[in-house]
Design a protein around this ligand. Sequence first.
Ligand code: NFS
Ligand code: SF4
Length: 664
Amino acid sequence: MAISRSGCEGCTSITCTSTLEVLSSETGKQVKTAYDRIESRGMSACLFGSTGTCCRNCNMGPCQIIDGVEEMVGICGATADTVAARNFARIVAAGSASHTDHAREMVRGFLETAKGHGPHQIKDVEKLKSLAQVFGIETEGREVNEIAVELGEKALAEFGKQDGAPLSMLKRAPAKRQAVWERLGIAPRGIDREIVEMMHRTHMGVDQDYENLMLQASRCALSDGWGASMLSTELTDIMFGTPVPRRAIVDLGVLKPDHVNVTVHGHEPLLAEALCIAAQDPEMIELAKKQGAKGINLAGVCCTGNEILMRRGIPVAAGFVQQEIALATGAVEAMVVDVQCIMQSVAEVAKSFHTDIITTNYRAKMPGGVHIQFDEEAPLESAKAILTHAIKNFKKRGKFHIPQDTKLDVVVGFSHETINYMLGGRFRASYRPLNDNIINGRIRGVAAIVGCDNYKLLDNSHEVIARELIKNDVLVLATGCAATSLGRVGLVTPEAVRFAGPGLAEVCEAVGMPPVLHMGSCVDNSRILIAATAMVKEGGLGDDISDLPAIGTAPLWMSEKAVAIGQYFVASGAQVVFQSLPTSGAKKFHDYLLNGLMDQLGAKWNVAEDPMDIAKLMIKRIDQKREALGINKQRERVLFDMAMRRELGSGPLKDAGCHGPAGG
Ligand code: NFS
Ligand code: SF4
């Protein structure tokens, strides 16, 4: 479906009101955005590219392959299935590599902190100790920092490990799942190694068997989910605090007319956390005041936004498709970026205003950007240099337009630990109540809505899916830009319970939780793996993740990372639904993803085009699992009496209350 910017003058193809408002404002009309580029290009996605059968892996090609046409194989003889499988596997490798390099930086930052360098401390000692156990580290009678140094070193070694025991975190998975990995020979050996081997096996003339290629794609993706991403999430929690529920606000309206607005865009929380600390420094605030501003307003964009939203309640201004729109307000002094999901066009949009794009990572520079290298050994000093640059821009601000009515309340911070104590209570933290409510049918199942925004589809797709799911008593877990977009439409707050079906509403009301739980950034999808494992271990819902009435979707996937996530979900036993897969031009391979993987992994990919169809398919899959578990009948019998209300009514979210916003 073509989505045009003309949407802001009549047509309704963009539904986001803040985006529409900015695009039709005086400042918005000054700039060209992706919406204009789509209009001028006619949204012509390349046919061969989108069906996965274009190969340029060697210089005898590039070859366009047509499935079933004898003379249309590659010069080397590669078939459509081989080419599509190689391309797909490379997407998984690239996505895993992105999470991995991010995770490596977090582990290195963690080690610095453990050694007592820099402004951060070990905040979550309990989590440190439980993770130390996973790595076989002695904790009795040892100093916190000593344990942390050993953990950091062991974590770092997971990246370069070659052989021996598989990655340490795999032990956290249900025993039956570990046995599946062992039987298939896909337990990752070392994080970097699996990515390198994937790139090797997809080189011209190596692995020509799509089933064999997919085994390595699973191993590579698992090294991301249970390796890199999980390490990143856990060590970041230990260092910056495990998220707890707190109130915050999202959408473009979080920008402030009288403050220095600094948007933080990218992924690695080391930079964002340092900026949060620096923005509270009296010296910095004084400097802002000298320039005529009332203070400094930090706001997040994309996943780095989700990280500081979850841990500090810092507002999120924009998700992926709004990054240009945030700048088009003319109210941003600087957009500070690190790595991933930063469109090159932001530098072009910024040229129309006083805004600077400040790049901070040597890996990611940009023509038109100002580079201030973030020094991991002196994070606070770097953050101050960046802020000083931004503050000095304030006086140059010209006309601007901040949408006033778009500031949505959200309640965020649903880590696995939060869910554990929220439903179970502080003194009997457990997943028992969640499992029981699934078994008795008040909660039909659990669905993860994750991943990106994408201009290719209507921007309300996440919303359509989420509304249908919660209406049907499915509890939704959200991460990444999907979570931001659900926040923008008011679904990530306890008040959204009015849109939920009676069973889910009952549970949410009793505990005071939203029907859509914000679980963080994209690396935080590893929290979903842990939550799923906890559900299995609690009992009553089968003995593997593949038995759970649970499913995931990344309907608007854009990034290669989303495919890596999809593949590690599938390899972990959770089915996923995407709106499209770049494999449809290769019949056998495409069918293998949609059906064949089931035999080996107990899970598979699914495709449904329309958001409502995606939701319906997810509910169908959940019901199939309920049926297999023999709990489908309970749903029909469930009654909500006072005893059940009382049983649910003592959740800690209610008695602890939520933290107020802690914005910049
Ligand atoms: Ni995830 Fe985050 Fe957003 Fe997609 Fe990009 S920011 S890591 S990849 S676009 S959800
Ligand atoms: Fe063509 Fe084969 Fe070379 Fe790919 S590897 S470009 S299919 S010759």
